[in-house]
Design a binder for this molecule. Structure first.
Ligand SMILES: C[S@@+](CC[C@H](N)C(=O)[O-])C[C@H]1O[C@@H](n2cnc3c(N)ncnc32)[C@H](O)[C@@H]1O
Length: 278
Protein backbone atom coordinates (compact mmCIF):
# COMPACT_ATOMS: atom_id res chain seq x y z
CA UNK A 1 0.00 0.00 0.00
CA UNK A 2 1.58 3.26 -1.11
CA UNK A 3 -0.79 6.10 -0.32
CA UNK A 4 1.86 8.66 0.70
CA UNK A 5 2.68 11.31 -1.94
CA UNK A 6 5.39 13.77 -1.02
CA UNK A 7 3.85 16.41 -3.30
CA UNK A 8 1.38 17.22 -0.48
CA UNK A 9 4.25 18.06 1.88
CA UNK A 10 7.07 19.37 -0.31
CA UNK A 11 8.97 22.32 1.13
CA UNK A 12 7.45 22.11 4.63
CA UNK A 13 9.53 22.61 7.80
CA UNK A 14 10.43 18.91 7.79
CA UNK A 15 11.87 19.18 4.28
CA UNK A 16 13.82 22.26 5.36
CA UNK A 17 15.71 20.46 8.14
CA UNK A 18 16.14 17.28 6.11
CA UNK A 19 17.47 19.07 3.05
CA UNK A 20 19.68 21.45 5.05
CA UNK A 21 21.38 18.47 6.69
CA UNK A 22 21.69 16.77 3.30
CA UNK A 23 23.29 19.88 1.77
CA UNK A 24 25.72 20.32 4.69
CA UNK A 25 26.91 16.70 4.40
CA UNK A 26 27.21 16.82 0.60
CA UNK A 27 29.19 20.08 0.82
CA UNK A 28 31.60 18.42 3.21
CA UNK A 29 32.03 15.38 0.94
CA UNK A 30 32.68 17.70 -2.02
CA UNK A 31 35.61 19.36 -0.26
CA UNK A 32 37.77 16.39 -1.29
CA UNK A 33 38.75 16.01 -4.90
CA UNK A 34 37.60 12.36 -4.81
CA UNK A 35 34.26 11.09 -6.13
CA UNK A 36 31.64 9.78 -3.73
CA UNK A 37 28.18 8.20 -3.83
CA UNK A 38 24.82 9.65 -2.78
CA UNK A 39 22.24 6.91 -2.12
CA UNK A 40 18.57 7.87 -1.56
CA UNK A 41 16.38 5.03 -0.26
CA UNK A 42 12.92 6.71 -0.45
CA UNK A 43 13.55 9.18 -3.22
CA UNK A 44 10.07 10.53 -4.07
CA UNK A 45 9.54 12.41 -7.34
CA UNK A 46 12.69 14.57 -7.12
CA UNK A 47 10.99 17.85 -8.07
CA UNK A 48 7.72 19.41 -6.93
CA UNK A 49 5.50 22.16 -8.22
CA UNK A 50 4.20 24.20 -5.31
CA UNK A 51 1.18 25.30 -7.29
CA UNK A 52 0.01 21.74 -8.03
CA UNK A 53 -3.40 20.73 -6.68
CA UNK A 54 -1.68 18.47 -4.11
CA UNK A 55 0.68 21.16 -2.80
CA UNK A 56 -2.09 23.76 -2.66
CA UNK A 57 -4.37 21.46 -0.70
CA UNK A 58 -2.47 22.14 2.53
CA UNK A 59 0.15 24.70 1.38
CA UNK A 60 2.59 23.10 3.82
CA UNK A 61 5.51 24.82 2.11
CA UNK A 62 4.37 27.99 3.82
CA UNK A 63 5.59 26.51 7.15
CA UNK A 64 9.05 26.00 5.65
CA UNK A 65 10.66 27.23 2.44
CA UNK A 66 7.94 29.87 2.03
CA UNK A 67 9.35 31.67 5.09
CA UNK A 68 12.98 31.42 3.96
CA UNK A 69 12.96 31.86 0.20
CA UNK A 70 13.76 35.60 0.23
CA UNK A 71 16.09 35.47 3.24
CA UNK A 72 19.72 36.54 2.65
CA UNK A 73 21.54 33.74 4.45
CA UNK A 74 24.80 34.11 6.30
CA UNK A 75 25.48 30.49 7.31
CA UNK A 76 27.12 28.46 4.60
CA UNK A 77 24.77 25.40 4.39
CA UNK A 78 21.74 27.70 4.38
CA UNK A 79 23.24 29.85 1.61
CA UNK A 80 23.84 26.79 -0.55
CA UNK A 81 20.40 25.29 0.17
CA UNK A 82 18.55 28.52 -0.63
CA UNK A 83 20.77 29.00 -3.70
CA UNK A 84 19.62 25.62 -5.07
CA UNK A 85 15.95 26.47 -4.54
CA UNK A 86 16.50 29.84 -6.25
CA UNK A 87 18.23 28.12 -9.16
CA UNK A 88 14.92 26.32 -9.82
CA UNK A 89 13.00 29.60 -9.56
CA UNK A 90 15.10 32.09 -11.55
CA UNK A 91 12.31 34.68 -11.81
CA UNK A 92 12.27 35.09 -8.01
CA UNK A 93 8.79 33.57 -7.56
CA UNK A 94 8.76 30.41 -5.46
CA UNK A 95 7.10 27.79 -7.65
CA UNK A 96 9.36 24.73 -7.71
CA UNK A 97 10.98 22.86 -4.86
CA UNK A 98 13.64 20.12 -5.18
CA UNK A 99 13.28 16.74 -3.50
CA UNK A 100 16.26 15.06 -1.85
CA UNK A 101 17.55 13.37 -5.06
CA UNK A 102 16.93 16.64 -6.94
CA UNK A 103 19.22 18.43 -4.49
CA UNK A 104 21.95 15.87 -5.13
CA UNK A 105 21.43 16.19 -8.89
CA UNK A 106 21.90 19.96 -8.71
CA UNK A 107 24.86 19.88 -6.35
CA UNK A 108 27.02 16.88 -7.21
CA UNK A 109 29.93 16.86 -9.67
CA UNK A 110 29.85 14.80 -12.87
CA UNK A 111 32.15 12.16 -11.38
CA UNK A 112 30.04 11.62 -8.24
CA UNK A 113 27.44 8.89 -8.42
CA UNK A 114 23.76 8.90 -7.47
CA UNK A 115 21.71 5.83 -6.52
CA UNK A 116 18.02 6.06 -5.71
CA UNK A 117 15.07 3.75 -5.06
CA UNK A 118 11.36 4.64 -5.15
CA UNK A 119 8.33 2.39 -5.35
CA UNK A 120 5.38 4.67 -6.10
CA UNK A 121 4.01 3.97 -9.61
CA UNK A 122 3.34 7.66 -10.29
CA UNK A 123 6.44 9.17 -8.65
CA UNK A 124 8.99 6.70 -10.00
CA UNK A 125 8.69 7.77 -13.70
CA UNK A 126 8.89 11.45 -12.67
CA UNK A 127 12.08 10.68 -10.80
CA UNK A 128 13.56 8.62 -13.59
CA UNK A 129 12.98 11.36 -16.18
CA UNK A 130 15.13 13.82 -14.26
CA UNK A 131 18.16 11.57 -14.33
CA UNK A 132 17.98 10.63 -17.99
CA UNK A 133 21.37 11.14 -19.60
CA UNK A 134 23.26 11.53 -16.32
CA UNK A 135 26.33 9.33 -16.09
CA UNK A 136 27.11 7.49 -12.87
CA UNK A 137 23.56 7.06 -11.74
CA UNK A 138 21.26 4.16 -10.95
CA UNK A 139 17.56 4.89 -10.37
CA UNK A 140 15.50 1.79 -9.54
CA UNK A 141 11.86 1.00 -8.86
CA UNK A 142 12.82 -1.12 -5.91
CA UNK A 143 12.11 -1.50 -2.21
CA UNK A 144 14.33 0.78 -0.12
CA UNK A 145 15.94 -1.97 1.95
CA UNK A 146 16.34 -4.36 -0.98
CA UNK A 147 18.11 -1.45 -2.70
CA UNK A 148 20.51 -1.04 0.20
CA UNK A 149 21.33 -4.74 0.04
CA UNK A 150 21.76 -4.63 -3.73
CA UNK A 151 23.78 -1.40 -4.04
CA UNK A 152 25.89 -1.05 -0.88
CA UNK A 153 28.78 -0.71 -0.54
CA UNK A 154 29.13 1.71 -3.45
CA UNK A 155 32.08 1.62 -5.81
CA UNK A 156 33.70 4.67 -4.19
CA UNK A 157 33.88 3.84 -0.52
CA UNK A 158 32.70 7.27 0.65
CA UNK A 159 29.28 8.81 0.59
CA UNK A 160 25.90 9.64 2.10
CA UNK A 161 22.90 7.35 2.46
CA UNK A 162 19.65 9.27 3.07
CA UNK A 163 16.82 7.21 4.59
CA UNK A 164 13.47 8.99 4.53
CA UNK A 165 10.55 6.57 4.97
CA UNK A 166 6.94 7.81 4.97
CA UNK A 167 6.23 5.92 8.25
CA UNK A 168 2.70 5.08 7.17
CA UNK A 169 2.88 1.69 8.86
CA UNK A 170 4.09 0.94 12.40
CA UNK A 171 6.28 -1.86 10.99
CA UNK A 172 8.34 0.75 9.10
CA UNK A 173 10.13 1.66 12.34
CA UNK A 174 11.21 -1.97 12.84
CA UNK A 175 12.20 -2.23 9.16
CA UNK A 176 14.28 0.91 9.61
CA UNK A 177 16.26 -0.34 12.61
CA UNK A 178 16.98 -3.72 10.99
CA UNK A 179 17.71 -2.27 7.54
CA UNK A 180 20.00 0.37 9.01
CA UNK A 181 22.06 -2.17 10.96
CA UNK A 182 22.56 -4.28 7.84
CA UNK A 183 23.42 -1.24 5.73
CA UNK A 184 26.00 0.08 8.22
CA UNK A 185 27.62 -3.36 8.25
CA UNK A 186 27.88 -3.29 4.45
CA UNK A 187 29.18 0.29 4.30
CA UNK A 188 30.79 1.14 7.66
CA UNK A 189 32.66 4.17 6.26
CA UNK A 190 29.45 5.77 5.00
CA UNK A 191 27.47 8.61 6.52
CA UNK A 192 23.81 7.68 7.12
CA UNK A 193 21.11 10.32 7.68
CA UNK A 194 17.71 9.11 8.86
CA UNK A 195 14.73 11.46 8.91
CA UNK A 196 12.16 11.03 11.70
CA UNK A 197 8.90 12.84 12.53
CA UNK A 198 7.96 14.15 15.98
CA UNK A 199 4.26 13.37 16.32
CA UNK A 200 4.07 11.72 19.70
CA UNK A 201 7.22 12.35 21.76
CA UNK A 202 7.36 9.06 23.70
CA UNK A 203 7.01 6.94 20.54
CA UNK A 204 9.79 8.65 18.63
CA UNK A 205 12.11 8.55 21.66
CA UNK A 206 11.57 4.75 21.76
CA UNK A 207 12.64 4.47 18.11
CA UNK A 208 15.71 6.65 18.67
CA UNK A 209 16.61 4.57 21.75
CA UNK A 210 16.36 1.43 19.61
CA UNK A 211 18.88 2.91 17.15
CA UNK A 212 21.15 4.18 19.94
CA UNK A 213 21.25 0.73 21.53
CA UNK A 214 22.19 -1.09 18.29
CA UNK A 215 25.83 -0.49 19.15
CA UNK A 216 26.39 1.69 16.05
CA UNK A 217 28.95 4.34 17.04
CA UNK A 218 28.98 8.09 16.37
CA UNK A 219 25.35 9.20 16.25
CA UNK A 220 24.35 12.86 16.05
CA UNK A 221 20.78 14.07 16.51
CA UNK A 222 19.55 17.27 14.84
CA UNK A 223 15.96 18.32 15.46
CA UNK A 224 13.75 21.27 14.57
CA UNK A 225 10.33 21.66 16.17
CA UNK A 226 8.22 24.65 15.13
CA UNK A 227 5.56 23.72 17.72
CA UNK A 228 5.74 22.37 21.28
CA UNK A 229 5.31 18.61 21.75
CA UNK A 230 1.78 17.17 21.74
CA UNK A 231 0.11 20.43 20.91
CA UNK A 232 -2.58 18.56 18.99
CA UNK A 233 -1.46 19.64 15.52
CA UNK A 234 -0.13 16.32 14.20
CA UNK A 235 3.57 16.57 13.34
CA UNK A 236 5.04 19.26 15.60
CA UNK A 237 8.61 18.85 14.39
CA UNK A 238 11.11 16.44 12.90
CA UNK A 239 14.73 15.53 12.97
CA UNK A 240 17.66 13.76 11.42
CA UNK A 241 19.74 11.11 13.13
CA UNK A 242 23.14 11.11 11.47
CA UNK A 243 25.58 8.22 11.79
CA UNK A 244 29.25 8.99 11.07
CA UNK A 245 28.53 12.72 10.60
CA UNK A 246 31.29 14.92 9.17
CA UNK A 247 33.10 16.50 12.13
CA UNK A 248 31.88 19.90 10.89
CA UNK A 249 28.17 19.00 10.83
CA UNK A 250 27.20 19.82 14.43
CA UNK A 251 28.56 23.36 14.17
CA UNK A 252 27.24 23.90 10.65
CA UNK A 253 23.76 22.95 11.82
CA UNK A 254 23.94 25.05 14.99
CA UNK A 255 24.71 28.05 12.79
CA UNK A 256 21.97 27.30 10.25
CA UNK A 257 19.27 26.44 12.80
CA UNK A 258 19.92 29.46 14.99
CA UNK A 259 19.58 31.58 11.85
CA UNK A 260 16.31 30.06 10.62
CA UNK A 261 14.55 29.46 13.96
CA UNK A 262 13.28 33.05 14.39
CA UNK A 263 12.14 33.11 10.75
CA UNK A 264 10.07 29.95 11.14
CA UNK A 265 8.09 31.04 14.19
CA UNK A 266 8.06 32.31 17.74
CA UNK A 267 7.84 28.86 19.38
CA UNK A 268 10.58 27.09 17.42
CA UNK A 269 12.92 24.81 19.39
CA UNK A 270 15.96 23.09 17.96
CA UNK A 271 18.65 20.72 19.20
CA UNK A 272 21.97 19.40 17.97
CA UNK A 273 23.19 16.64 20.26
CA UNK A 274 25.79 13.87 20.07
CA UNK A 275 23.89 10.76 21.20
CA UNK A 276 26.64 8.17 20.79
CA UNK A 277 30.34 9.01 20.74
CA UNK A 278 32.76 7.83 18.04
C1 LIG B 1 8.95 11.14 2.55
S1 LIG B 1 8.82 10.63 0.88
C2 LIG B 1 10.40 10.91 0.23
C3 LIG B 1 10.77 12.34 0.04
C4 LIG B 1 12.16 12.56 -0.50
N1 LIG B 1 13.16 11.80 0.25
C5 LIG B 1 12.53 14.03 -0.43
O1 LIG B 1 13.06 14.49 0.60
O2 LIG B 1 12.30 14.74 -1.41
C6 LIG B 1 8.83 8.88 1.04
C7 LIG B 1 8.81 8.15 -0.30
O3 LIG B 1 9.06 6.76 -0.05
C8 LIG B 1 8.35 6.00 -1.02
N2 LIG B 1 8.29 4.64 -0.46
C9 LIG B 1 7.42 4.14 0.45
N3 LIG B 1 7.75 2.89 0.77
C10 LIG B 1 8.87 2.58 0.05
C11 LIG B 1 9.71 1.44 -0.01
N4 LIG B 1 9.47 0.36 0.72
N5 LIG B 1 10.77 1.49 -0.83
C12 LIG B 1 11.04 2.59 -1.59
N6 LIG B 1 10.28 3.71 -1.56
C13 LIG B 1 9.20 3.70 -0.74
C14 LIG B 1 7.03 6.74 -1.13
O4 LIG B 1 6.40 6.42 -2.36
C15 LIG B 1 7.47 8.20 -1.05
O5 LIG B 1 7.67 8.75 -2.32
Amino acid sequence: MLSYRHSFHAGNHADVIKHLVEVAILMYLMKKDKPFCYHDTHAGAGLYSLDSAQALKTSEYQTGIGKLFHHQASSSALQTYLGLVRELNPDGQLQFYPGSPGIARLLLRDGDSIQATELHPADFPLLQTQFQGRRHCRIEKMDAYAGLRAMLPPLHKRGLVLIDPPYELKTEYQDLVKGLQQAVQRFPQGTFAIWYPVIERASIEAVIDAIVTTGIRNQLRIELCPLPDSSGFGMTGSGMLVINPPYTLANDMREALSEIAPLLGAQVQWTVQQLVEE
